[in-house]
Design a protein around this ligand. Structure first.
Ligand code: GLU
Length: 488
């Protein structure tokens, strides 16, 4: 990827709080697509300035999630740029430098109050039913900042702000949206409000993709951009992800899982990326199935929707099935082996899910599954036992309807006779079908196919007998038919 072209720079800036939800991943995907589409740069920046909310291991979790989806970054926690680290806690001197610039301009001051005093101001405002604004309590003269107190921004001008959002269009907010917010906390870490502006500037970010909860703070950001003499990047506010019934934002209770839970359940990353791309963006064509390259080619900020996008799990399952169909045979076998190995039954019985075996059952499995975890469940439920070991066959059940055991035995013996003529090397389910079909038609299908299928599987429900015979192979098929006929 061409990282020399710095025209377009996007970033994904998660806080390491331990959970990578669908919404966050969708933001990362859109930022990634826009960067790649423009041969620009995609940055993964870790916003770890709130040490209380931080969860150990999150940075690895975030990286693993993005890598799983194929969203490789040009700069990130493991790849610093000329601008330095991509981890905010490693950039404290940069924030201080900008803080001092503001202090020199008279645009930042130490907060002289204790947190109790500020709480008191807030209570007072609430009692008087007016919004609490710190700037109403701004001290007359500023003390020298010794970094034990929070450093606050002095909003230079109280005015109405108008701005453009690439998705939401023209927006505006009045004076009540402006306040003397905290730039640097008393613990020495910057606030999000301050740090992200400095970082986006230092990293050359051109487009900010983020959730709509930041719209209300945008006037504050704009006042700070102005104070610093920085031109703001393009704001791209992504639509919220709603519950399928659209009544509210998707929350954990509505099935908003961590992205790696989807991996564990057996969703394909390409299906997940496809699905997330269409959650809030549409190509304006009928196309619904996209590879990552297709998405990069088709993606356009202009087609991101304003309105909330419903999270439709059915659609995700559908996309997964479609992407499963597009998998190469090798990838399919690799994934089946991975999910097969998770079956406790396979482990218990020490069954060998050989490549040859998986290759044979793959068509049967794929037809029935939406996510690969279902393959593990099928194995656990014993659904494919008869492929892996001889089934227990209940002789009375081999008989078709009212026909009686005599007829069932005749049918099985005749089937064996016919199948014996197929050589080992010509054996496959089509050859078996072709050989048996005329006899089944002539004799009556049920009376032939039921005993055959039941003798091979020992199950009331299973794939058709030709498919089973194809998987079992010549020797095992003939053996099972013979044993069944003898037991009748
Ligand atoms: N760290 C912020 C969050 O996790 C990022 C917001 C942004 O993208 O600017 O919500």
């Amino acid at each position: 990827m061409d990282t020399n072209n710095r025209n377009i720079v996007t970033r994904f800036a998660p806080s390491p709080t331990g959970f990578m939800h669908i919404g966050g991943v969708r933001t990362a995907l859109f930022a990634y697509l826009w960067a790649r589409k423009n041969r620009g740069t995609f940055i993964l920046r870790i916003e770890d300035t709130d040490k209380e909310r931080e969860v150990a291991g999150s940075i690895e979790h975030i990286q693993e999630s993005l890598r799983w989806l194929g969203l490789e970054w040009d700069f990130g926690p493991d790849k610093p740029g000329t601008f330095g680290s991509c981890i905010q806690s490693e950039r404290l001197p940069t924030y201080l430098e900008f803080a001092h610039r503001l202090i020199e301009k008279g645009l930042a001051y130490p907060d002289p109050y204790s947190s109790e005093q500020v709480a008191e101001f807030r209570k007072q405002a609430e009692a008087e039913k007016r919004p609490f604004l710190f700037r109403n309590h701004r001290p007359e003269a500023f003390e020298k900042w010794d970094s034990t107190k929070p450093l606050r921004f002095k909003v230079p001008e109280i005015k109405r702000y108008r701005w453009h959002d690439a998705v939401r269009g023209d927006l505006e907010a009045g004076e009540e949206a402006l306040d003397d917010f905290i730039l640097i906390k008393s613990d020495g870490y910057p606030t999000y409000n301050f740090a992200h502006i400095i970082d986006d500037f230092s990293m050359g970010v051109t487009h900010i993709m983020r959730a709509d909860e930041f719209i209300s703070s945008t006037p504050r950001f704009l006042s700070l951009y102005e104070a610093l003499g920085i031109a703001p990047p393009v704001f791209v506010t992504l639509p919220p992800i709603l519950r399928d019934d659209r009544t509210k934002k998707l929350g954990k209770r509505d099935g908003a899982k961590d992205i790696l839970d989807y991996r564990a359940e057996g969703y394909l990353p390409e299906a997940m990326a496809n699905f997330l791309a269409l959650t809030g963006w549409n190509p304006g064509t009928e196309q619904e199935i996209f590879t990552m390259d297709d998405l990069i080619a088709a993606f356009d900020i202009a087609k991101i929707q304003k309105a909330g996008a419903a999270f439709n799990e059915e659609k995700l399952l559908w996309a997964n099935r479609e992407h499963i169909k597009n998998l190469s045979h090798e990838s399919l076998l690799r994934i089946l082996a991975e999910f097969g190995a998770k079956s406790s039954r396979v482990a218990e019985k020490k069954w060998d899910l050989s490549e040859e075996f998986l290759s044979k059952i793959a068509p049967i499995v794929v037809e029935r599954l939406s996510v690969f975890g279902e393959f593990t469940a099928m194995l656990d439920a014993g659904e494919f036992d008869y492929f892996l070991e001889e089934p227990t066959v209940d002789a009375s059940k081999i008989v078709w309807k009212e026909e009686g055991p005599e007829k069932a035995r005749d049918a099985l013996l005749r089937v064996s006779e016919i199948l014996e003529k197929i050589s080992e090397s010509n054996w496959n389910s089509e050859a078996v079908k072709e050989a048996i079909w005329p006899y089944a038609e002539e004799r009556g299908r049920g009376g032939v196919l039921w005993p055959m299928r039941y003798s091979l599987s020992g199950k009331d429900k299973s794939p058709d007998p030709f498919t089973i015979a194809g998987v079992l192979g010549r020797e095992e098929t003939l053996k099972r038919l013979k044993v069944a006929a003898e037991n009748l």
